[in-house]
Design a protein. Structure first.
Length: 170
């Protein structure tokens, strides 16, 4: 009985994942690249879906486009790391490379400041570690870089630095 429930759960999970795209329910006429590929660009998502669209702008972290069947409609913005390829209407293709694998240097600096605060200048380096850690968290969210967990750890260590100095020396 448990195995039947498990199998039905797996089948329904697969069905739900294939029935929805990154932006919502897949419209088969919008996502079939052969339907209007002569007049539209085709966006290939990493999850296997496609979208016919008119590419408006590609920034460092985002792709902005409009639906091909509604050129006067809203401007859609998606994160670049969700896309692996764009085929343009002129036949050219562009493989998307993202900066997701880069590490935020500020999170390393804040972690080192926090560790240094455990041994020397606890309050000064603790406060610096907390401030730099918060800035590093904001940068990792904005630029999709790695290092968020290290920045969180540096904030915690910075707080331990300050608390340690207060408890032991005051």
């Amino acid at each position: 009985m448990k195995s039947i429930k498990l199998i039905s759960f797996i089948i329904s999970f697969i069905f739900i994942n294939t029935a929805f795209s990154a932006e919502g329910i897949i419209n088969k006429t919008d996502c079939n690249p052969q339907v209007v590929s002569d007049t539209c660009d085709v966006i290939y998502f990493k999850n296997g879906t496609t979208q016919n669209a008119k590419i408006i702008e590609i920034t460092e972290t985002e792709i902005k486009y409009k639906y091909c069947n509604n050129p006067n409609g809203p401007l859609i913005t998606i994160f670049k790391h969700k896309v692996y390829k764009i085929s343009y209407k002129n036949g050219e293709s562009e493989f998307i490379e993202t900066t997701k694998n880069k590490f935020e240097a500020l999170s390393i600096i804040s972690f080192i400041a926090g560790l240094g605060g455990l041994f020397y200048f606890g309050i000064i380096l603790g406060v610096a570690s907390i401030i730099l850690g918060k800035i590093a968290i904001d940068k990792t969210k904005k630029n999709y870089k790695r290092g968020r967990k290290l920045a969180i750890a540096s904030i915690i260590i910075g707080a331990i630095d300050i608390i340690g100095v207060i408890v032991f020396f005051l």
